[in-house]
Design a protein around this ligand. Structure first.
Ligand code: ADP
Ligand code: DP6
Length: 340
């Protein structure tokens, strides 16, 4: 346990010597959602969202969150999600309040207008792009001029996977060892893979009953199968990094799919069992495996939700779309989206 609270760490260390009051009246930012190829599943410390292992993701280009902040003269923050005012007692607003309380002067309030281009709380990483966009917008609003790797620590305090949502491209979040998480930072990898495609297969956009946060905690506490997870996660992470460096798609896809299925095995072994899949999810998995048997290289990954993300390369797009006609195909390295 750290002797500091997250708020003390943010104010005394991360932001030491930087503005404590907003420098502008308003600011806005966009952050892409991200899909982990090697997952973050399990924390070594809860209040700082510190992971047991590192993880590696690919960002989803124009699928993400756009957030605008404006200082208002009001007794509390006003939060609009996709144009709808969110009640002060909702988990959505409470989570934002807690995060803003890490550094925001108590008498300063914001109107927050946030738009998700991915469904919210459906296992499509809205928490990642949501807090990624908040971290970037607050950096502007306060004029902190923090580098993105430092900003990834403050995004992480909102949601672990948000640490990976500040960049386009492949992003690695290293686990770190420190109690206050100063070394649990993310950074963008230099490699680009223009032919890589991520297909989002939406089985359901409904909010899930058990959040990722709760699901991972239940798994760590009750799943015997979780004991073998950290070793596999560390090994998968190293293999995926190497596959990216070697542009070895088969190795990348195989390892990402195995990693996701193993994570889901730890969830199924929890008590009460956690099964985020629906019947349609399993049917879609079987279609992916059939396609692969027919020689089309396509792999799947899934997070804490019923939806699938398919990994394939540009030349197989038409064949994959023949089977999954509703597939939303994302080009993570489309030319306009550079790694920053
Ligand atoms: P998901 O699979 O979509 O990431 P989670 O249950 O992990 O689902 O996270 C959903 C939570 O993320 C929401 O309840 C909210 O706290 C947060 N979140 C989602 N979108 C935003 C946003 N645009 N701005 C701030 N927070 C957000
Ligand atoms: C399955 O980042 O949503 O998507 O840190 O508690 O906010 P908190 O959890 P969150 O968990 C993401 C879990 C995952 C895997 C991943 O994105 O690496």
């Amino acid at each position: 346990m750290s002797s500091m609270t997250p708020a003390q760490w943010v104010q005394d260390e991360l932001l030491a010597g930087r503005n404590t009051q907003p420098a502008l009246e308003q600011a806005s930012a966009y952050a892409p959602a991200n899909i982990a190829l090697s997952k973050y599943w399990g924390k070594r410390e809860k209040s700082f969202n510190l992971p047991i292992t590192g993880s590696l993701s690919v960002s989803l280009a124009d699928h993400g969150t756009q957030t605008q902040l404006q200082i208002i003269d009001a007794p509390e923050h006003q939060v609009y999600l996709n144009g709808e005012l969110q009640g002060a007692d909702t988990a959505f607003v409470k989570k934002l309040d807690t995060w803003l309380g890490l550094f925001m002067p108590a008498d300063t309030h914001l109107r927050i207008d946030t738009h998700n281009t991915v469904p919210t709380a459906a296992g499509l990483a809205s928490s990642a792009s949501g807090f990624g966009a908040m971290a970037l917008a607050c950096n502007e609003l306060f004029g902190w001029q923090l580098d993105y790797t430092s900003l990834s620590t403050i995004a992480r305090l909102g949601s672990g996977s948000a640490s990976r949502s500040l960049w386009h491209g492949f992003v690695k979040w290293q686990a770190g060892e420190a109690d206050n998480g100063h070394d649990s930072v993310a950074y963008v990898l230099p490699e680009r893979w223009p032919k890589l495609r991520v297909g989002i297969l939406t089985v359901s956009s409904a909010s899930k009953a058990v959040s990722s946060r709760e699901g991972m905690q239940r798994t760590v506490q009750t799943s015997e199968l979780f004991k073998q997870w950290p070793a596999q996660a560390n090994s998968d992470l190293a293999i995926i990094e190497q596959a990216i460096m070697d542009a070895d798609f088969s190795l990348l896809g195989k390892t990402a799919e195995h990693n996701a299925m193993s994570m889901h095995a730890t969830m199924i072994g929890a008590w009460p069992p956690l099964v985020y899949w629906q019947a349609e999810s399993v049917a879609a998995m079987q279609q992916v495996w059939t396609l692969r048997q027919q020689g089309v290289e396509v792999y799947l990954t899934m997070d804490a939700g019923p939806n699938l993300k398919l990994l394939f390369e540009e030349h197989n797009t038409a064949l994959v779309k023949q089977v999954f006609s509703d597939l939303d195909v994302i080009q993570p390295f489309s030319s306009a989206k550079q790694n920053s």
